[in-house]
Design a protein around this ligand. Structure first.
Ligand SMILES: *[C@@H]1O[C@H](CO)[C@@H](O)[C@H](O)[C@H]1NC(C)=O
Ligand SMILES: *[C@@H]1O[C@H](CO)[C@@H](O)[C@H](O)[C@H]1NC(C)=O
Ligand SMILES: *[C@@H]1O[C@H](CO)[C@@H](O)[C@H](O)[C@H]1NC(C)=O
Ligand SMILES: *[C@@H]1O[C@H](CO)[C@@H](O)[C@H](O)[C@H]1NC(C)=O
Length: 957
């Protein structure tokens, strides 16, 4: 996959030995003048009966060669009359026609602005009508299945322009690592289709998120990683990779050139920057030379072909010989002929500049720059690319994992579209689980991308840049019957399909549909981030993130529609007029908003004007109108290396990896029984911590980094603090003892044996001291584990340790990860063990984490609802630190997925009080977050202040 750290590979070097002369360049221009690329595409009539035909030099397959020559530069596209087709080439006989009635239809047309009310008729694998169903047409179908959408949003299926599904499969197994070849820097002849596993669990999961089509790219280890193939995710009768292909290019079965029809688009992966450099132990200069060398090879062959063809077409067969071709380079030659959509993993200005230069040197175009974290800083450069500006395929907020990504901005989609560039949101699955690709569009929308372009960014725009906008990405008559019926407006948090059709076939057997409140049936009114965008551009992508303390003891928040606060281990609603039938609502539907007065970071008065203001308002107090916004508890983040690195993949910007005392040869660490403390490695003012702070995550709990057995001691800190020695920066030096019971070497059973020994509390040094505290129930033991089998062993181990404790005392165990915990929820509840679900929405990443409870629409229960049913204390974690800022949205998403089983206040507890309890944090985080125009947990609110009793004031954002 693309953005996990790649192995460094020293064994293979790029093929750079070619000494082909670049003086050829001049010749190219000359040749192009003589034989323009389209010369023999026109209706050249070749007279085979001329005098040459009787000459022995005319080959018997002359007509075939000429046909091939004519076909060389035919640009790809759908066959003539494709738009009039009555049946899809992918139609599965027996599929019943479907009439979806009373839908709110987003068609993708008019730049994503068209919305129709009405019906959609699907039959023979295609869309038959959109809007008002044609009565005459309807009468043709006897067995039509009618679905009442009850006004629900309907869109075309989601198209993922960048996925590794099937080549980087779930569960990940060593036998199925088919993403990257390490056999050379430029490998245009490789094909992702050749590695496509048909048993990837992700097909089903991503369909349940509305994804119907995905472009399966080779990885980014190489400059040219190979050819990509676009597939439909649904299972096929044939059960083969080939049958999943959306539109097989003719070259696939060697019919290229033999067919008079137009060829289909091909797709190819390119990558610049850090990945090829890391893998081949090279530099950007090496990678760029590898590109030029490969393109020069292809260019020369193309010139040879064109010269050959111009002679053949003119009947000059003498000494012409065989048509010059080369199976290794034909795909790259096709790039030069404009018949391949090039997908270029490319991040930084330096790399983008290199590639734009390359396109102009060799005259080819790039369909999209992917990842492309600095594109928003250089829009004018992109416009200079040969053949027009590439589209930009982005993550919404996944950034800062390496230098290339350090300046990634959540505002990039907005800035790029403001510059007239096309934006696609993509998953890089499994880097992001493409089941939730729509969430990327939702976030892009939240951070400024317009509604119509946000929806287009995962539906119509990717379909267009892949070259398939004649059949997918839009709801048009004759298009593939790939559609999704949503349970809310698709840009609302947690939007989930009620049903997904691919080629007209319903994909969800018994979908579990949650009822969503009516306010979620319209698009969220997102904040205005004009100021933030301006600062982002002014600071070259690194706007200052520090916050400033209000210069007044008293801060008055006016026009507040809800207030939630912490009360011990609970979250309490003080008032919430947005809740149906809430006390604050007058009978006439008028919201009775309230003022909230804060003094020195403490809420001192809640009420209407007369009650509070009289007492506290002074000429110097700061007044903030929240415009019906809200105040709610600040959140806690756990699970990622938050504050242990600035840039994950850079050693010098990092605390580094910890030493595993079980396996390391330097386990002595200059003394007996060492234990690593995260507090000793804390880095402050990392951008992810500050972005978290600005999104209401004011406390982080971080354990030492590493997937190893004994990890060490976690610590709790203030994510907004400037440095470790500042006031209240470290909130608790040591919170819990962390271990991992993950499949590795040595075996899990070996790790358990060591754990059993350690829990006797007889070891030396810190190791002995802290395991003794665990064994006596003084601090929690936090265990990274997914497998239900290993969790079962942990339950038994806990019983063993508890049996040694007197006076009813018990140890405190917390499981982290816990994809499979739901399988033994009852036993976990009975053992009094807590669970931090991480990730919050499960993905079957490997064998030991694969038995997930997926949640709606695939299951009614989620892990959170089921565990809670058995009285398990549940928290939510994040895997990577950039996700800290989105914790606020996880709250609402988890509540919505629970279908009312987890209330809003309970959902807030999952990332506040519960995490504190599960991780041994003794003091509750009493900070509050003031949000304008919405809540912390929706796509409407904008955080404007952190109310902190700890810092005795209000920090303004
Ligand atoms: C469509 O559905 C909405 C929402 O359920 C309902 O209010 C409306 O009456 C329906 N319209 C038709 C034409 O059935
Ligand atoms: C090759 O594939 C194309 C497109 O699917 C198809 O039309 C053609 O019949 C195939 N040719 C052979 C020889 O299989
Ligand atoms: C509260 O905010 C809303 C939304 O901006 C505004 O319409 C209303 O006038 C405000 N009310 C007061 C009392 O400021
Ligand atoms: C959960 O706790 C409640 C309250 O203490 C109790 O009534 C209920 O029986 C418990 N449920 C289970 C499954 O243990």
């Amino acid at each position: 996959m693309d953005d996990k750290p790649l192995p460094t590979y020293h064994g293979q070097r790029a093929q750079r030995s070619s000494s082909r002369s670049l003086a050829f360049k001049g010749l190219l221009a000359a040749v192009l003048l003589v034989v323009g690329p389209l010369t023999y595409f026109s209706n050249t009539v070749v007279d085979l009966s001329n005098k040459h035909s009787s000459s022995p030099s005319v080959p018997i397959n002359a007509q075939a060669i000429i046909n091939k020559c004519k076909a060389l530069d035919v640009l790809p596209g759908p066959p003539k009359d494709f738009g009039k087709r009555k049946e899809s080439d992918r139609f599965e006989p027996g599929t019943k026609p479907v009439l979806i009635r009373n839908a709110t239809i987003w068609t993708g047309r008019d730049d994503g602005k068209e919305v129709l009310k009405g019906d959609v008729l699907l039959a023979h694998g295609v869309v038959k009508s959109v809007g008002d169903a044609d009565v005459a047409e309807l009468a043709e179908y006897a067995d039509v299945v009618t679905v009442d959408a009850e006004g629900a949003w309907v869109t075309p299926g989601i198209v993922d322009a960048h996925s590794h599904m099937g080549v980087d499969s779930a569960p990940e197994l060593e036998g199925a690592e088919d993403t990257n070849s390490f056999k050379g820097l430029t490998l245009p002849w490789l094909r992702s289709l050749d590695g496509l596993n048909t048993h990837d669990d992700a097909y089903r999961l991503s369909i349940s998120g509305g994804v119907t089509t995905a472009n399966i790219l080779p990885g980014s280890a190489d400059a040219i990683g190979g050819q990509a193939f676009t597939i439909k995710l649904r299972p096929t009768k044939e059960r083969t990779p080939t049958s999943k292909l959306l539109e097989p290019p003719f070259s696939l079965n060697a019919t290229a050139g033999e067919d008079a029809e137009r060829p289909r688009w091909r797709q190819m992966k390119h990558a610049c920057g850090e990945n090829p450099s890391r893998v081949y132990d090279g530099t950007r200069m090496d990678t760029q030379w590898a590109f030029r060398n490969a393109y020069e090879t292809a260019r020369k062959l193309k010139v040879e072909q064109d010269e050959y063809c111009s002679k053949a077409v003119a009947g000059r067969w003498t000494d012409l010989g065989a048509f010059p071709e080369n199976l290794q380079w034909e795909a790259l030659i096709d790039v030069l002929r404009g018949r391949v959509k090039v997908h270029n993993h490319c991040y930084e200005a330096v790399d983008l500049d290199n590639m734009v230069r390359l396109t102009n040197e060799f005259k080819f175009s790039i369909a999209a720059f992917h990842h492309a974290h600095e594109t928003y800083l250089v829009p004018d450069l992109l416009k200079k690319a040969y053949g027009g500006p590439p589209a930009i395929a982005l993550f919404a907020t996944n950034a800062r994992y390496k230098r290339e990504a350090y300046r990634g901005s959540e505002f990039a989609p907005k800035i790029l579209t403001d510059n007239g560039l096309k934006v696609v949101m993509k998953s890089d699955h499994p880097v992001l689980n493409s089941r939730f690709l729509l969430n990327e569009a939702q976030q892009a929308h939240y951070y400024g991308l317009s509604e119509h372009l946000a929806l287009s960014s995962v539906i119509s725009t990717p379909a267009t840049i892949l070259g398939y906008d004649h059949r997918i990405g839009f709801l048009n008559k004759g298009y593939d019957a790939d559609i999704v019926i949503w349970d809310s407006h698709p840009l609302q948090i947690g939007a989930t399909p009620k049903q997904v059709y691919i080629d007209g076939i319903p994909q969800l057997k018994k979908p579990h549909v949650n009822s969503k409140p009516s306010r979620l049936q319209k698009s969220p009114q997102t904040p205005d981030f004009k100021v933030e965008i301006k600062e982002t551009l002014e600071h070259d992508g690194l706007p200052p993130l520090v916050v400033y303390k209000a210069k007044a003891d008293v801060v008055i928040f006016k026009n507040v529609s809800s207030l939630h606060v912490r009360e011990g281990t609970k979250v309490k609603e003080v008032f919430d007029v947005t809740r149906p039938n809430a006390l604050g609502e007058n009978g006439d539907g008028v919201y009775k908003v309230t003022d909230v007065v804060v003094e020195n970071g403490n809420v001192v008065c809640v009420g209407v004007k007369e009650d509070c203001l009289k007492t506290y308002e002074t000429p110097s107090s700061v007044i903030i109108n929240l415009e019906r916004g809200s105040i709610s508890p600040a959140l806690v983040s756990f699970g990622s290396p938050l504050a242990l690195n600035h840039i994950d993949q850079e050693a010098s910007a990092n605390d580094g990896r910890i030493v595993d005392v079980l396996t390391s040869s330097n386990s002595g660490l200059l003394g007996p029984g060492p234990l690593i403390r995260a507090v000793d490695g804390l880095l402050f003012e990392t951008r992810d911590a500050l972005l978290g702070y600005r999104a209401g995550v004011t406390v982080g709990v971080t354990a030492p980094t590493g997937g190893s057995f004994i990890q060490g001691l976690s610590t709790a800190f203030d994510t907004g603090a400037p440095h470790k020695l500042s006031n209240n920066a470290v909130l608790q030096q040591v919170t819990a003892l962390h271990v991992g019971l993950l499949p590795s070497s040595p075996s899990v059973s070996t790790q358990i044996a060591a754990l059993r020994n350690l829990l006797k509390g007889e070891s030396q040094g810190d190791l002995g001291k802290y395991f003794k505290l665990v064994a006596e129930g003084e601090i929690p033991l936090v265990i990274d584990v997914h497998s239900a089998d290993v969790i079962s062993t942990v339950i038994e181990l806990k019983k063993e340790v508890d049996s040694r404790l007197s006076g009813g005392r018990k140890t405190q165990f917390t499981l982290v990860g816990a994809n499979e915990a739901h399988l033994i929820a009852k036993e976990i509840g009975a053992a009094g063990i807590g669970v931090i679900l991480n990730p919050a929405r499960p993905y079957p990443e490997d064998w030991k984490s694969q038995r997930i409870l997926p949640g709606p629409p695939l299951s009614a229960e989620t892990s959170a609802t089921l565990l809670r049913k058995h009285n398990v204390t549940v928290g939510l974690g994040i895997l990577e630190q950039w996700q800290a800022r989105s914790t606020r949205f996880d709250v609402a998403w988890t509540a919505l997925d629970s279908n009312g089983r987890i209330t809003k206040t309970e959902a807030i507890e999952l990332v506040t009080a519960n995490l504190e309890q599960l991780l041994g944090v003794r003091k509750p985080n009493l900070d509050l977050v003031a949000v304008k125009r919405g809540s912390l947990h929706d796509f409407e609110g904008q955080v404007v202040g952190i109310i902190s009793s700890r810092q005795r004031g209000v920090n303004l954002i």
